[in-house]
Design a binder for this molecule. Structure first.
Ligand SMILES: Cc1cc2nc3c(=O)[nH]c(=O)nc-3n(C[C@H](O)[C@H](O)[C@H](O)COP(=O)(O)OP(=O)(O)OC[C@H]3O[C@@H](n4cnc5c(N)ncnc54)[C@H](O)[C@@H]3O)c2cc1C
Length: 291
């Protein structure tokens, strides 16, 4: 049973290996447990987290947190694949390969859970997760009900879905994939893995920090502003990919300061207001104003 809340140190979970300790965290293992948690704390607004690969928890919210990473169930039948929101996208892609189902190859290698990927419509190399979705199942914190949605109901766009932040909890989704020889699928997954290795830094990060600005990558502006490779106390604007900030021993504060620095410099240089792709939880601000 996972209907009791526990303390969770997000620095141990996050792919950045930084983050605050949250004191009131629920890890439901199935929908029934989530419903029981709702019966207990439904009057409070929780924060929802998956794999914390695109989120920085800078301080405790002092409110309940629902972590969906233990909601795990995968069903595969013919060219239909259902996965629960806590399943990792990497595992889902690998299982699709094993069962000779193609479509998800370009998404292989994206860390985090299916729930996070659907909320932010994760994508790479010209594909987005929404391209393959049939149905999404959410738990509405407003109504206390499980709702089945079709792809068209979710208004997917670039790193966007209409899933309401923290009020809709993704429980799972089904995909329609295409049968194909596993060797062919595997070949494309290897190509994607090669591209990732060649263009993205190794090490601890949250992936892309900023969204594209009018179809131009944020990395372009950051590099042109002269910030690629800039390091602050062991937190580095990657010299491999300027839209990644890599933790080589820095702090949450250093990460926040680099975000501020990038936004300020890019605006000064190009008049462009970059918007974070990374979600920041908590109100703590960068304290190093001299940057
Ligand atoms: C090395 C690296 C490479 C990456 N490459 C890519 C890439 O190529 N493309 C890409 O799009 N992203 C990329 N990312 C970012 C990240 O992996 C994805 O955005 C991922 O889908 C986030 O999933 P998560 O479970 O970690 O979400 P979290 O960080 O836990 O949460 C992200 C958001 O989703 C919400 N959320 C999480 N779970 C649920 C749920 N069950 N229901 C409702 N809302 C939920 C949270 O509230 C939050 O707003 C990369 C990250 C890293 C570290």
């Amino acid at each position: 049973m996972s209907t009791k809340s526990v303390q969770a140190d997000t620095s141990k979970i996050s792919t950045l290996r930084l983050g605050a300790v949250l004191k009131d965290v629920y890890f439901p293992e199935n929908n029934e447990e989530l419903l029981k948690i709702y019966a207990k704390i439904g009057d409070k607004q929780p924060t929802v987290l998956g794999g914390i690969s695109n989120t920085l928890v800078v301080e405790d919210t002092n409110e309940p947190v629902i972590m969906t990473s233990l909601l795990k169930e995968i069903i595969i039948s013919n060219n239909y694949l259902y996965a629960s929101s806590g399943d990792s996208l990497i595992r889902i892609c690998n299982l699709a390969l094993e069962y000779g189902l193609s479509g998800l190859e370009n998404l292989s290698g994206i860390p985090g859970t299916l729930g996070g990927a659907i909320k932010g419509n994760s994508g790479s190399y010209g594909s987005a997760i929404s391209d393959f979705i049939d149905r999404v199942y959410i738990f509405s914190w407003d109504s206390g009900k499980i709702i089945e949605l079709q792809k068209k109901d979710l208004a997917f766009g670039y790193r966007y879905s209409s899933i309401k932040q923290d009020r809709d909890i993704v429980l799972g989704a089904s995909f329609i994939l295409q049968p194909e020889k596993p060797q062919e699928i595997s070949k494309r997954m290897q190509e994607v893995a090669f591209m990732r290795r060649s263009t993205q830094p190794k090490g601890k990060s949250l992936g892309s920090v900023f969204k594209r600005y009018e179809d131009v990558s944020a990395g372009y502006y950051i590099e042109k502003a002269g910030l690629k490779g800039y390091s602050l106390n062991g937190m580095e604007i990657s010299s491999v990919h300027a839209n990644f900030i890599v933790n080589n021993g820095g702090s949450v504060d250093d990460y926040l300061c680099l975000i501020n620095l990038i936004k300020t410099k890019v605006f000064e240089c190009f008049g462009v207001k970059l918007e974070e792709e990374v979600r920041i939880i908590g109100c703590k601000q960068c304290t190093k104003n001299s940057l």
